[in-house]
Design a protein. Sequence first.
Length: 533
Amino acid sequence: MNRFAELLDRLVLTPSRNGKLTLLTDYFRATEDPDRGLALAAITGDLSIAAVKPAMLRMLISERMDPVLFGYSYDYVGDLAETVSLVWPDPPRALEDNHTPTLADVVSALQTASRSDGPSIVANLLDRADISARYAILKLVTGGLRIGVSARLAKQAVADLGPVDVTEIEELWHGLKPPYGELFAWLEGKAERPEKTAKALFRPVMLSNPVGDGDLEKLDPANYAAEWKWDGIRVQAVCEGGMRRLYSRTGDDVSPAFPDLAASMDFEGVLDGELLVGDPQRETGTFSDLQQRLNRKAVSAKIQARYPVFVRCYDLLQEGEEDLRSLPFAERRMRLESFVAQLDLARFDLSPLVPFADWQALEDMRRNPPHPVIEGVMLKACNSPYLAGRPKGPWFKWKRDPFTVDAVLMYAQRGHGKRSSFYSDYTFGVWSGPEGAGELVPVGKAYFGFTDEELRQIDKFVRDNTVERFGPVRSVRADRSHGLVLEVAFEGLNRSTRHKSGVAMRFPRISRLRWDKPPHEADRIETLQALLD
């Protein structure tokens, strides 16, 4: 357990990707089974500990520490696991017990715990561990490691043991189970490559690069095909040997949330596309409509009927048993057109190509798309194979320019982790009511888009202009004569009954600090309402 705790500590303090990769690879090489496999599962989010919840930790610490003092400590530290690990008392028996549990011991104890004996098991584990090991145990319990390591980076570290290509790991992944003994044995040359015994496995997706300055000047429009970029979520529909699965772009199986779509997946192959709400023959719903279907454990018949989903197909990766990924895009596209024509047209349709003569013509269409759910265009080299990851050159995304609004900072809250000592989460508002005598109404919250230096400037402004506190939140002076104006960029707006303003922003971020602009010149709610209309 101490080795896993040390790994987490070092990963948190290592900023570079290559540094994290080296730490992970060294850990997997030096650590024995099953600990290394369990660590891999924890990092990739595939380790399930169902009976122990964060609320239990709060209950346990409230029995050992004044709740108000803990609240202040948590507010300052910004991370629940770190706070509890630091303030947890060291009972005398912990000093006498020299046995530190292994990661396998901890995981076994937590996974076999029931809801009734969970608190005593967690408390016993914490009593037997030092601060670093407590932190690691609590990270396992809360399920969010927050160490700056993605699942793909962890798989890349595993692949480097071979060495093999990370795409091989990703294609095998859904057929493997923790602690991945057969995977490590293969990578170390002690066993054969694990067989693909499971059906309908995930294929690593191909991603695009944003169009940058000067990129288009180097490209010949005749060599590229264009498609609309729809505002949904990227999915992969896989049917193989009677097994049907719908994956997100990160390889998560989201089939249970969309049983109506899964029931219509009557084919043998692998489709890449965009999950949208509506009827492809008549109307495409907004992302707000799609959100009614996302992250649900159970979907009622009423919700399915009100928000039906379909896949707008971009690519065909496999047809029957034939893998098409090595074929050029133009050939895959022809195969896709024939394939989609045989599917349920209420659940699958073909993403149309956008004919264009030159980049200027395409830019004009990008700025004025034919449908409000379109967020830009995709460019795909006609000769490009389907390559996992984000290769530079074959595919580009050219999104429409974001909307911007000038809003006034109203509330600020401390961040988490490295930002726990800064007020880095900002709620902002625009003016509502009679001209010259209205009030600010909140329209969004953002916590990125600014530089480290700008963060320090805003943090100082918040501390110098706090007028009221609500727990960890500070209310900042914001009136017509005094306040900080923020230029906020966002991708779109939705109507919202949950917010006083009646609107909700999509992906808001701070694009500029308007120290030069007086608060009374910030935008009004009518500006946002006009965008909705």
